[in-house]
Structures are given as structure tokens and as C-alpha cells.
Design a protein around this ligand. Structure first.
Ligand SMILES: [Zn+2]
Length: 197
């Protein structure tokens, strides 16, 4: 596996002080980070979020999706419990990259949904990969996860590569009038487990 640990530092946030760990992914040439709190000794499953980068939602306050709210809720929950990890994977736009995401948003402005837009650009609905997580988890000695997600495909993908997911914690937050259609598509076409309408 071509994932290399580089270095760690403190990362104070409004939610608490995390440790940030940097990794180099030789396969995709991406730089991933993991935010952790607490220690992972012992066999108790680790509260975790596997979060794929969304510059617009995480960093630019976009209401087109629910990523920023989900990231904040995960940071908050981990800080409350004092133990957990956020695997922040640099695969923007479900893996199509930032500029293609802008192209996809442009098509969505004209009425396409998120899956139709990706497909119109010649991409699959979801190109994210998770295999880099195995060596990253091994670095921390993490054996199993209690994962905060609404995405059953993510859990399936993690299990397929041999990651032990002991529990799914529903992670629904950040619904607003601008992302209602997006969330409906996630539910209808991508099988996300979303309750509130
Ligand atoms: Zn997003």
C-alpha cells in the first residue's frame, strides 16, 4: 500500500483541540488528513467519520449540499465524547475533482440532478475509493469503527476492503431549501438512509 504517514500537529477548533495527522497517498497523489481526539488503545470501536473533501461545503459555506454541517456535527460529537477520528479524504465532488464539480453544478443549475449531471459529464455517480483507509487505520492501531454516516454504500465499501464496522450512527443534519433536491437524489438514487422530509 502506498500510503505514507508524514507528520502530526495540534489543531485547535471551535469544538475542541484535535490532533491532525498528514498522509501521502502515492496511488492518487493526494494528501489526506486524519483528525483525532483521545487514544485508541484497547479494542473498543472508534467513533469515526469518513469524510470526502467538499471545498464548497466544508470551506465555503455552500448550502448546495450537507457536507459542511455533517463535518461540524462529527467534530462536535467526537469532542463531546473525547475519543474519535475524522478521516478527511481528498476526493472532491465524489471523486470527480473541483472543476468537474463546478461543471456538474452548472448542469444542475439547468435542472439536472447530482447523478444525472455526473453522468452527463461522463463520470460514474460515485468514484470515491476507500482502500487508503486500511493503512491509515493501521497507523493508529484502530481495529473497528462506529461510523457516523447515512450512506450504506460507504459501509459496504469499507467492509469489502476488510474494515470492521461495528455500528452505524445516523448522521442527518444540514437540510435546507437549497439542498432539498440533492438530498432527495441521495436518498432515491444513491440509497442514503435519510428520514426527515
Ligand atoms: Zn458537499
Amino acid at each position: 500500500m502506498t500510503v505514507k504517514y508524514i507528520e502530526s500537529c495540534k489543531l485547535p477548533t471551535p469544538f475542541g483541540i484535535f490532533d491532525m495527522h498528514g498522509f501521502e497517498d502515492g496511488e492518487s497523489d493526494k494528501e489526506h488528513v486524519v483528525l483525532t481526539m483521545g487514544d485508541f488503545d484497547g479494542e473498543e470501536p472508534v467513533l469515526a467519520r469518513v469524510h470526502s473533501e467538499c471545498l464548497t461545503g466544508d470551506g465555503l459555506f455552500s448550502l448546495r449540499c450537507d457536507c459542511g454541517a455533517q463535518l461540524q456535527a462529527a467534530l462536535h460529537k467526537i469532542a463531546q465524547q473525547g475519543r474519535g477520528a475524522i478521516f478527511y479524504l481528498r476526493q472532491e465532488g465524489r471523486g470527480i475533482g473541483l472543476l468537474n464539480k463546478i461543471r456538474a453544478y452548472h448542469l444542475q443549475d439547468a435542472g439536472a440532478d447530482t447523478v444525472e449531471a455526473n453522468e452527463a459529464l461522463g463520470f460514474g455517480a460515485d468514484l470515491r475509493r476507500y482502500d487508503m483507509l486500511k493503512p491509515m487505520m493501521a497507523h493508529f492501531g484502530i481495529q473497528s469503527l462506529r461510523i457516523m454516516t447515512n450512506n450504506p454504500r460507504k459501509i459496504e465499501a469499507l467492509r469489502e476492503i476488510g474494515i470492521d464496522v461495528t455500528e452505524r450512527l445516523p448522521h442527518e443534519t444540514g437540510r435546507n431549501p437549497h439542498n432539498a433536491k440533492y438530498l432527495e437524489t441521495k436518498k432515491g438514487k444513491l440509497g442514503h438512509m435519510l428520514d426527515s422530509e
